[in-house]
Write a protein that binds this ligand. Structure first.
Ligand code: SF4
Length: 228
């Protein structure tokens, strides 16, 4: 891999060998989608809905080459509840596919630390940090815990996902600088959850502060719901 910040490209595919999540975020879209898939008879949701599950057959399925694949966007495969063997079985597939690139995302980055020597060069490790504040909208580790654990992780391809963005303090910008991620995704909630969002002017200050320091991927940027 070179120094090109866009070397990982855009996420075009998802692959869900491990599904389900127990973090219980109030704004979770995946939980509702899993319920819909369950009602349509799609496995593993039909059996497990949003309880943690390993879809073993997906480990043997075809993985597209030359793409950036979001692994387990239907859950958090790094939750404390996920057996080590499940994670290892996914990483084994990832290591065997050097022509594909894989994007992992979690709200529990301390779990990455257990596997620090098991990641191959085709892996981008992401953390969700919607804010620096603890709004108690999730049972996942607090943003501060996530930040501290992710900072401890030494990995060359790191990403921060600020989505759905929540109102924040100035130190949040320092957190991102400290982590020094290759990529930052940023966007407002898309599902009408009326979250404690920052005003658009404040988000623009954050965007300006990050501009040029990382590969900034801008998603939905709009006024906070209460500004309309
Ligand atoms: S961490 Fe992600 S998958 Fe889990 S409950 Fe929260 S939003 Fe849903």
């Amino acid at each position: 891999m070179g120094k090109n910040p866009r070397e990982f490209g855009e996420i075009t595919d998802s692959w869900n060998p491990i599904t389900g999540c127990l973090h219980g975020c109030v704004y979770c879209w995946a939980r509702n989608y899993a319920k819909r898939l369950a009602s349509m008879g799609v496995e593993p949701y039909k059996t497990w809905v949003f309880e943690p599950a390993l879809a073993e057959w997906r480990l043997r399925g075809k993985i597209p080459e030359g793409r950036l694949i979001f692994v387990s966007d239907m859950g958090d495969m790094w939750g404390d509840w996920v057996p080590k063997e499940w994670i290892e079985s996914v990483l084994k597939v990832v290591r065997s596919k050097p022509r594909s690139k894989f994007f992992f995302l979690t709200k529990n980055p301390k779990r990455y630390l257990e596997f620090e020597n098991r990641f191959s060069d085709n892996v981008m490790l992401g953390v969700t940090l919607e804010t620096n504040r603890d709004y108690e909208l999730t049972m996942a580790p607090t943003p501060r815990e996530r930040y501290e654990d992710f900072l401890r992780l030494s990995w060359k391809h790191k990403a921060v996902v600020i989505e759905p963005i929540l109102d924040f303090d100035e130190e949040f910008i320092d957190w991102i600088y400290d982590i020094s991620p290759k990529v930052v995704y940023i966007g407002y909630d898309n599902y009408g959850n009326k979250l404690p969002e920052p005003k658009i002017a404040k988000t623009q200050i954050l965007l300006e502060a990050l501009n040029g320091t990382t590969d900034l991927r801008i998603k939905t940027i709009r006024k906070a719901w209460y500004e309309n």
